[in-house]
Structure formats: C-alpha cells, structure tokens
Design a protein around this ligand. Structure first.
Ligand SMILES: [Zn+2]
Length: 373
C-alpha cells in the first residue's frame, strides 16, 4: 500500500493529480466537466515506464501486482467506477477494460522478452565446452604373468608347437606315477605337495600334461603346456601357486642336440642374441639324461652379483630326454621313438626379464607394481 501511495503522490506532481487521487483513494462523484478518461493517462504512462524499467521477472511481477493485482490500481479504478453517474459508467468501464488489456499485453510482452533474456544468459553461463578432454576411465591390462606366459607360448608357436592344457586337480598317477615317481619314490620329496585325497593332488608341475598328451595322440607330438601349479612353499622366491610352461617333443630320431638348440634359440629370442646359455647335468626321474638350463646373468653380464649370487649364471629351467619308464607308462616304443621335455617357471622368467626380486609382488595385486608392465 505504501508503494501505491508513493505512486499516487508522484502523480500529484503530474498536474492531473487531484482527480486520480480522489478517484482512487477518496472516491467522490466526478462533476460533469470531469473527464474520467483523461485521468488515467498518467497511470498508463507510469505503468509502461515501470514495466520498461523492470530488469527481472521478479521486479516485473511486482509491477503486475501493483497495477493489475486484486488490490491493484485497476481494481481501485473499478471500485471508483461504481460511484460515477450511470451515464458515464459504460464509457469509463470500457476505457478501464481497454487499459487493463493494454496492461496485460504489455506485461506479457515484457515477460516473454525477460524470459528469453534469462534463458540466453543461462545458456551462456552454463555453456558446455565440448572441446574439453573427457574423464579418462581406468583401463585394465594384461597381468605380467599372463603376458610373459604369452610371450613364451608365442615363441614356441612360431617353431611349430601346439598349446595343450590339463586339469589343476590331478590324479596322483599322472602327476607322479607315470612320470617315474612311484609311491614312496624319494624324488616325491622334492615337491611339497598339496594332497586333495589319497589319489588326487593339486598338480605340482605341468608335466602331467605330457602324459595325457602322449596317451591321447600319436607322434610326432610337439606341445607347449602353460598353466598354474601348486606347492606348499612360501618365501621371496617361492609362492604356493605359480606358473610353469612345459614343452614336449616326441618323434623318431629326436636328439639331445635338438633339445639344446631349441632352448638356446628360445633364451636368445626372449633375452637377447648375445646372452650366453649353458647346460648342466642334473637329475629328474622322468628324463634321462637330465639337465638344468642357465643363462648368463643379465645384471652383471657374468661378472658375479647379488642376484646370481656371484656365479654369473642364472638358472631358468630343467630339461632332458624323455625317460624309457615314461614311454612305457604311455605305451610308446622307446626303441622307435625318442624325444625331449623341458619345463620352466613363468615367474622366474618374468623376474629375470624385468629385474623383479620378490615373487610375491606378482600376486599382491598392487596397481603401482602391475601398471609398470
Ligand atoms: Zn649377476
């Protein structure tokens, strides 16, 4: 109401104050010479000025309430209308209605232009820069053990070896017995075995795959068998679960020279053509003769260091010519066929290749470690 009074006070300075003031706030009878219609021209001007000056929808709405609202100026005009002589009422009523329509139209125009402006301001302030880089989602990668096993398999695939697999819960017969380690054989002590039952074990090496393959296929046989193996052992170089790659080549007239040539070729392909390779006599129940394969220490180049324990050589696996007892177990004639087998630890190869000194890092799954490879 104070606003309206202020508005009205302002009108008094517009020279037509008296009639409007009386019309709205002290309704009286207009005399015959009073021109009712002339009196709201200042209201009209004032309304249009205030609408034009409204810089926001809120401000515009306040103007609407003041003029077109229930207790606004138009309502007051209508109240005053009732007090006019009856012959003036139709014309004055018509004019007030016209004024009201004009106000509404002016209000609607201004409202839509303000809305448009607010929208475009919002669009500018909330603009999305499509050239900004997006959020990068972490992408997984192959585990270093899988990667190394894959590199080993890929090499042997390139010289004609097929991939073979076997169960991880293995019959004692395939894991020991058929590999010339009958019950009570002292060589069984070399492998701390997890027994599942009296006749089942978690396989301690991938060698049972060669028994299964020789029983299922006829020579020539050339396989590579990568997979998990289990032993009850745990320290910086031993894990209760680790990975081996087993290789087997059976045909007529296979010699030890081919075994040595194959493994030498493999080491040089994986570690570099200038890495020296040597074979040491050893013992495994399922090969005869048996050898350990060493490569020159890549850390000290043969000079001797902590990693190779001063020897200048690093052991990478075992191998040998398949023993006659194994041929017997798979019912192959060892007078007709010969062959070789070799096995190596995938973790050991990865440790040598990437200079890792603790086998447990492979299985602790710290991303800081795994992301390096
Ligand atoms: Zn060394």
């Amino acid at each position: 109401m104070e606003g309206i009074l202020h508005f009205v006070a302002k009108l008094t300075y517009l020279s037509v104050y008296s009639k409007i003031f009386l019309l709205v706030y002290q309704p009286v009878n207009f005399g015959d010479d009073d021109d009712f219609m002339d009196n709201y021209e200042p209201i009209r001007e004032s309304f249009l000025k205030e609408v034009a000056a409204s810089s926001s929808l809120d401000a515009l709405y306040a103007v609407k309430v003041k003029y077109i609202g229930k207790k606004g100026v138009i309502s007051e005009l209508n109240k005053a209308l009732a007090k006019l002589p009856s012959e003036e009422k139709p014309i004055a009523g018509f004019e007030i209605g016209k004024l009201r329509n004009e106000f509404s139209a002016a209000y609607d125009d201004k409202e839509s232009s303000l809305k448009e402006r607010e929208l475009s301001e919002k669009l500018i302030s909330e603009q999305i820069d499509v050239t900004l880089p997006g959020l990068t989602l972490p992408i997984g990668r192959e585990h270093i053990i899988n990667k190394t096993a894959g590199e080993i398999s890929a090499f042997f695939a390139s010289i004609g070896y097929l991939k073979a697999t076997g169960p991880e819960v293995e019959l004692d017969y395939y894991n020991f017995e058929a590999l010339n380690m009958p019950y009570g054989h002292p060589a069984r002590d070399m492998q701390d075995t997890f027994y599942v039952s009296d006749y089942e074990v978690l396989r301690t090496h991938t060698s049972p795959v060669q028994i299964r393959t020789m029983l299922a296929c006829k020579p020539p046989i050339r396989i590579i068998a990568p997979g998990k193996v289990y032993r009850s052992d745990y320290d910086v170089t031993h894990s209760p679960m680790f990975h081996q790659v087993e290789g087997l080549y059976i045909d007529e007239n296979i010699s030890m020279g081919e075994l040595k040539g194959t493994l030498e070729h493999f080491v040089k392909a994986l570690f570099g053509s200038d890495v020296p390779v040597r074979f040491r006599a050893s013992y495994f129940p399922f090969t005869e003769p048996s050898m350990e394969v060493d490569m020159g220490c890549s850390i000290c180049s043969g000079g001797g260091c902590r990693v190779c324990k001063g020897a200048g050589w690093l052991e990478i696996g075992g191998c040998g010519m398949v023993a006659p007892e194994v041929f017997d177990a798979v019912r192959l004639d060892y007078n007709k066929f010969s062959g070789f087998a070799f096995g190596m630890g995938v973790e050991r190869i990865a440790m040598l290749k990437y200079g890792i000194d603790d086998i447990r890092l492979f299985f602790e799954n710290h991303l800081k470690f795994l992301n390096q490879f």
